[in-house]
Structures are given as structure tokens and as C-alpha cells.
Design a protein around this ligand. Structure first.
Ligand code: UDP
Ligand code: MG
Length: 338
């Protein structure tokens, strides 16, 4: 059971769960969490982050926190996205380790025992590696391709088929939180900070209830953010493209000279073909180049704007800077007591 006394030498672990419109799966999640065994010598607490849900996710989470004294919930002021919700969660923990799982039970919470064993054995990060995914073919294909492309182009080693399902030691969490990115890519940052990282193979279940919250566009956004954040290669592509263009035009020129000298084609045909293909290639490449530069400019803009990652609107943890009617100095309202 999650409830219990914290003994003096107990290590504390927070299970961090971002939730967006998860009302269908929450009752199942509640039961699974409620019956979790404490790993030996460890005390477990739970922190939910409601990422601006529009169903009654917040009401459910709040009732969980009332029933379970060690559970807490934070509500974001709107939907900021999974990665930012995770970030806010990490910022609001102070346990010895944080165990990150999805709300939909695709990542079995019971595996906390195995993750904790790796941690107690000296790993700073134990990260789940999906051996099997019980998901649609398209999604499996998209994820597989993404991780393999990322592996080829990333400047650091981000483990294949590892998502955010992991257990992180406090020093890793603190190290991640030193980053100033307003669009964090948690699994990239996790790989980037280093320390002793250990894989833990597992089978990824299908969603226990409700619909997937990541749309195709959100996944694309995550992929682009990951690729641009951890690789300089896209910008290099522009130079390669320019080189390829010069090569192509020289080849066409050489082919044209050869064709004309051996009277294989007429001057008019060749000029037209060459012109058309050159115009097309140039236009396409210039657009692609502008697009890539644009992505980087966007990242610089986002990085320099110093916008917070997300805004909290309610919390059972306390510390709410934007509480209605509250004096900004006397923050720290105990919502559960209220
Ligand atoms: N999620 C979130 N904000 C979002 C989208 C998703 O907090 O904008 C949460 C969601 O509730 C779930 C986790 O992120 O706990 C993973 O989402 P989902 O299961 O839809 O993604 P997938 O399994 O396809 O990676
Ligand atoms: Mg899921």
C-alpha cells in the first residue's frame, strides 16, 4: 500500500504522473497505485499534474489527494503539453527519487520494484526500454523510425526505444532542472546530464482506457523538438544541399554539352529541361533551407524569451504565485486543508 509511515532511514520516491483528460482511466490507475507494494526501505508518494484537462480529471485527482494523505496534485492553467507538465512535476518534488509514468497504465506502475532495485544498486537513472509495444502498426513504425533517426543524427546518445518511463535520482532531477529551456524534451535532457544510466527492458501495454492524447501533430512537434534540440545536423544539411545543387547543375551542364556535341538532343529541348529542373530544385532547396533556419530561429527565440515552462493554477502542494486575492508575498496555501 502507498499509505504508511516514513521511517527515519526510508528513502522517498515520488511517482510523477502527467494527466490530460484521463477521467476514464483514473479509477483504474487509482486502484493500481493504491495496491502498490513499497519497495523495501522506501516510502512512496504520488504527484499528479493535470495538464489543463477539460473533463473532470481535476475533480478526480483532487478527491484522490483527499483520500490519500501522501498524494498531491497540481493543475496547470491550460494544456501545456506532456513534456512541460512533467517539468512542473519535477520542479515540485523533493524526494530522493522520482518515478515517471503515464496515466494510461501503458507503463506498469508495479515495475517500481525493479526500477528501485537498480537505483538502490547504484544507478542514477533506470530507464524503461520497450521490447514490445501493444500499439497500432503506424504508431509503432513512427516511434521506431523516430528513435532510429534521432540515434543517427543526435550529438548525444539517446537510448533507442526509451521514453519518459524511468526512475531518476534526486541529483539527476536537480541537474535536469538547471536547464533553462522553455520547451524541455525530458528524455533528451535526461540522457544529456549523464551519470550512471541503466536500461530496464519491459513490455509496453496498450492503453487501459480512454483515448490517446498525443495527436499526430503533437508527436511531430515532439520529434522536431527532440531532433533540433539534440543535433546540429539539420543546419549542416543546408551546406550539403548547396553542394549537391552545384554538383547537379555541373552534371546537367556537362550532359548538355555532351548531348549537343554528339547531336543526341536539340538545343531547345535540352535548355528547357535543364531550366525546368534547375528552377524546381533551387526553389525546393531554398524553401527547405529557410524552413530549417526558421526552426532554429524559433528555438533561439523560445530560449531567449525566458517564458516559464508552464503556469500552475491550483495545487495541493502549496506555493501558488498567482492565487486569486492572495498577496504575492504570502504564498503557500494548503489547498487540501482549505
Ligand atoms: N499528456 C499530457 N498532456 C498532453 C498530452 C498527454 O499530460 O497534452 C499525458 C497523458 O495524460 C498521458 C501521457 O501524457 O499520461 C502520455 O499520453 P498518451 O498516452 O496519449 O501518449 P502515448 O501513449 O501515445 O505516448
Ligand atoms: Mg499512452
Amino acid at each position: 500500500m502507498v499509505q504508511g509511515w516514513i521511517l527515519e532511514n526510508d528513502k522517498t520516491i515520488t511517482i510523477l504522473i502527467p494527466c490530460f483528460n484521463e477521467s476514464e482511466v483514473l479509477p483504474l490507475l487509482y486502484e493500481r497505485l493504491r495496491h502498490l507494494e513499497h519497495p523495501e526501505g522506501c516510502h512512496i508518494s504520488v504527484l499528479f499534474v493535470d495538464d489543463g484537462s477539460t473533463d473532470n480529471t481535476w475533480e478526480q485527482l483532487h478527491s484522490f489527494t483527499v483520500a490519500q494523505s501522501d498524494w498531491n496534485a497540481i493543475r496547470l492553467s491550460r494544456n501545456f503539453g506532456h513534456q512541460r507538465a512533467l517539468w512542473i512535476g519535477l520542479e515540485n518534488t523533493n524526494s530522493d527519487a522520482v518515478f515517471v509514468i503515464d496515466a494510461d497504465l501503458q507503463d506498469p506502475p508495479e515495475l517500481i520494484a525493479e526500477f528501485t532495485a537498480k537505483w538502490l544498486d547504484g544507478a542514477d537513472v533506470a530507464y524503461g526500454v520497450r521490447m514490445k509495444r501493444k500499439e497500432s502498426f503506424v504508431k509503432r513504425f513512427a516511434y521506431k523510425s523516430f528513435y532510429r533517426i534521432l540515434d543517427r543524427v543526435a550529438d548525444i546518445k539517446i537510448p533507442l526505444d526509451s521514453g519518459d518511463f524511468c526512475l531518476m535520482d534526486r541529483r539527476v532531477v536537480q541537474a535536469i532542472l538547471t536547464s533553462k529551456e522553455s520547451m524541455p524534451f525530458i528524455r533528451g535532457l535526461r540522457a544529456w546530464v549523464g551519470f550512471n544510466q541503466q536500461p530496464l527492458p519491459y513490455e509496453r501495454n496498450s492503453r487501459a482506457a480512454g483515448k490517446e492524447k498525443y495527436s499526430f501533430l503533437m508527436l511531430l512537434d515532439l520529434a522536431i523538438n527532440g531532433l533540433l534540440g539534440y543535433s546540429r545536423k539539420p543546419i549542416r544539411l543546408i551546406s550539403y544541399l548547396a553542394g549537391a545543387l552545384v554538383l547537379i547543375s555541373m552534371l546537367i551542364l556537362a550532359g548538355g554539352v555532351f548531348g549537343l556535341l554528339s547531336s543526341l538532343i536539340s538545343t531547345t529541348t535540352f535548355s528547357l529541361l535543364a531550366l525546368a529542373s534547375l528552377v524546381l530544385i533551387s526553389a525546393g532547396s531554398i524553401t527547405a533551407a529557410i524552413g530549417i533556419v526558421g526552426e532554429y530561429v524559433l528555438k533561439i527565440y523560445e530560449g531567449s524569451s525566458e517564458r516559464p515552462v508552464a503556469i500552475m493554477s491550483e495545487s495541493t502542494v502549496g506555493k501558488l504565485p498567482f492565487e486569486r486575492g492572495a498577496n504575492i508575498i504570502s504564498i503557500g496555501i494548503d489547498r487540501k486543508a482549505a
